[in-house]
Structures are given as structure tokens and as C-alpha cells.
Design a protein around this ligand. Structure first.
Ligand code: ADP
Length: 177
């Protein structure tokens, strides 16, 4: 786990599994429009949370690209799941803005719910094909703009599944934050 402080916000990044962050209040799901289990992050989150999560999700589906909705976390060790639909690379345009919207809208919901800590996976860089370097640049630029405006969120953790993705975050955060 690595940490940087940005406007009194703890920015952490680690290699790991988004479903195994028990010290975090809200985890973010790289969801699909229908808020169904599917593969990748969404599959892992629904598997760990249980069928009750799918039932609650059905009330809010479908969601639009860049939109975020919040649910309870059920059997996960967290309090909430914030579900966000990332853009499909080269399909949903403008993809940079839509990816930034995911992080903006997820943190907006976190603020509205007075959430202290949020963990993000790398949205759109799996099945949706967004290159990790490009996505990470968008994420870090967006966080730099948002950090001074946050009142309740004091910890943001990026959970990277692969060693390679972690190394990309390490390089870009070292350069930009
Ligand atoms: P998207 O459809 O938004 O691209 P994916 O779930 O396919 O979302 O993948 C997003 C990223 O999350 C990929 O880098 C993938 O390797 C990673 N990932 C997959 N499973 C997990 C997990 N359990 N925890 C954290 N990251 C994960």
C-alpha cells in the first residue's frame, strides 16, 4: 500500500481485490448498464455481496454511461457499494469526459452520504478496453481537481488487480501528485 496526501485527503493505491477492503466504507463497482453480476469487478462484487444486492440494483437499472448509484453492501465487509458505468473505449464518446464523470459522480454520491472512505477499481480498463495508462491519467487529473472540494471523503483508495496496473498508478501518481 502506498499513500500520498493531497489537500488533506489520503490517496492510497494498492494491488489487490476490491471485495477485500474491510476498512473502507464504500467500494465502487465497475458496473454494466443493467447493474447485473457479469464478469470482472461486477462479478466479484455480486458474488461476495449475495443475491440481495442484485435485487436492490434492479430498482435503479438501467443507468447511463458516467452515472453512479448507491446501494447497501450486504455480505461485503463495507457499508455501501457505489455502482458506476464506465465508457467503452472508442465507442462511448467523449470517453475521457465520461470516464472522469464516473469518478466525479461516485465521489458526489459519497459526499451526499457523508462517506469517509472510498475504494475504486480501475473503471473501464477491463472488458471496456480503455488502456490503463490513458485511463490513469484521466483519473489522477480528475482527483486533483476534486480533492480540494471534498468535505466528508478523507480517504480514496485505488485497488489495482494486476501488478502492471499498480506500477502504472505508481508512475503516474509520482509524476502528477
Ligand atoms: P470494465 O467493464 O469497466 O472495463 P472490468 O470489471 O472488466 O470493468 O475491469 C476493470 C478493471 O478491474 C480491470 O483492470 C480488471 O483487471 C480489474 N478487476 C477485475 N476483478 C477485480 C477485482 N476483484 N478487484 C479489483 N479489480 C478487479
Amino acid at each position: 500500500m502506498k499513500t500520498k496526501i493531497l489537500h488533506k485527503i489520503n490517496i492510497e493505491y494498492t494491488q489487490g481485490d476490491i471485495t477485500k477492503q474491510p476498512d473502507i466504507e464504500a467500494i465502487v463497482n465497475a458496473a454494466n448498464a443493467y447493474l447485473k453480476p457479469g464478469g470482472g469487478v461486477a462479478g466479484a462484487i455480486h458474488c461476495a455481496a449475495g443475491i440481495e444486492l442484485e435485487k436492490e440494483c434492479a430498482k435503479y437499472a438501467p443507468i447511463k454511461v458516467g452515472q453512479a448509484v448507491i446501494t447497501k453492501a450486504y455480505n461485503l465487509p463495507n457499508k455501501y457499494v457505489i455502482h458506476c458505468l464506465g465508457p467503452r473505449y472508442k465507442i462511448d464518446k467523449p470517453e475521457e469526459k465520461l470516464l472522469a464523470d464516473c469518478y466525479i459522480n461516485s465521489l458526489k454520491i459519497a459526499e451526499e452520504n457523508k462517506i469517509f472512505s472510498v475504494a475504486f477499481p480501475s473503471i473501464s480498463t477491463g472488458a471496456f478496453g480503455y488502456p490503463i495508462e490513458e485511463a490513469t491519467n484521466v483519473v489522477i487529473e480528475t482527483i486533483k481537481i476534486l480533492a480540494p472540494k471534498l468535505k466528508f471523503v478523507k480517504k480514496i483508495r485505488f485497488v489495482l488487480f494486476s501488478r502492471y496496473d499498480f506500477e502504472v498508478y505508481n508512475r503516474i501518481i509520482s509524476e502528477k501528485l
